[in-house]
Design a protein around this ligand. Structure first.
Ligand code: ZN
Length: 245
């Protein structure tokens, strides 16, 4: 009897793809029970996290910071109860890149520019839009092989810099970038490191960002549907060649 119920529990968690372990920079997916009524609110480090209906069950989708501490972590529900998950070690690769010197040692003017842009970008990335989400799937925005360099410890011209906080897709300059799901454009701009950039908010903290574009095809405030053209692949900002970040 015990064996049977264990099997059922495992089957349920598999069908909901719950994954109650993550590494820094990874995603924990925590099962919150059958998707009935309104989605329960859940918080990680006092920030609300995405809760989506995944195959008929509520699932908290928790992005874990790249610099998160290893060990036990937890999300908190509105009633004060907590659900734990483990943050485990992950060996990220090192990446050594050569770029123009101005992208490694910044002038005072460019340093100030980066600071101003950081607050605009952070505001767009941290925006919370209380929309209902049916799953969290994203269509690939351009065709092409993607690197597994998310989280890589990076050295530019031999100098250590922040880890790579994105995924790169190899594509030629001029290839159209298509929205991976519906959303609203919350920022566009020509930023020092990211070059021409578009940020799309899909709701509940699910935000996607497209960098190094040769051309931006949308405006802030614009509502986009899946497959709408966001811009064109390029090589603007701190890059070694054309690709989509
Ligand atoms: Zn990148």
């Amino acid at each position: 009897m015990r064996l049977v119920s264990t099997f059922l529990l495992l089957t349920l968690s598999w069908s909901a793809l719950a994954q109650e372990v993550a590494w820094p920079g990874g995603v924990a997916r925590i099962d919150l029970g059958p998707a009935e009524g309104t989605a329960p609110a859940a918080y990680y480090e006092d920030k609300q996290v995405l809760v989506a209906n995944v195959d008929g069950r509520w699932q908290a989708v928790v992005g874990v910071h790249l610099d998160a501490a290893l060990g036990s972590a937890a999300i908190r529900l509105a009633d004060g109860s907590t659900l734990g998950f483990d943050v485990v070690e992950h060996a990220y690769r090192e990446q050594h890149l050569e770029v123009a010197p101005g992208y490694v040692s910044l002038s005072e003017e460019n340093l100030a520019r980066v600071g101003r842009e950081r607050s605009v970008i952070d505001a767009a990335l941290n925006n919370w839009q209380d929309t209902e989400l049916d799953g969290v799937s994203l269509k690939k925005p351009v065709d092409g092989p993607h690197s597994s360099s998310f989280g890589s410890r990076r050295f530019f011209n031999g100098e250590p810099r922040s880890p790579h906080s994105g995924m790169d897709i190899a594509a030629n300059a001029g290839v159209p970038i298509l929205a991976p799901r519906a959303g609203i454009v919350t920022a566009t701009g020509d930023y020092y490191f990211n070059g021409n950039t578009v940020i799309v908010d899909h709701g509940q903290g699910l935000v996607t960002m497209y960098c190094h574009l040769s051309e931006i095809g949308v405006e802030t405030g614009q509502i986009v549907a899946i497959d709408d053209r966001l811009g064109l692949v390029g090589a603007t900002g701190r890059v070694t060649g054309a690709h989509l970040h």
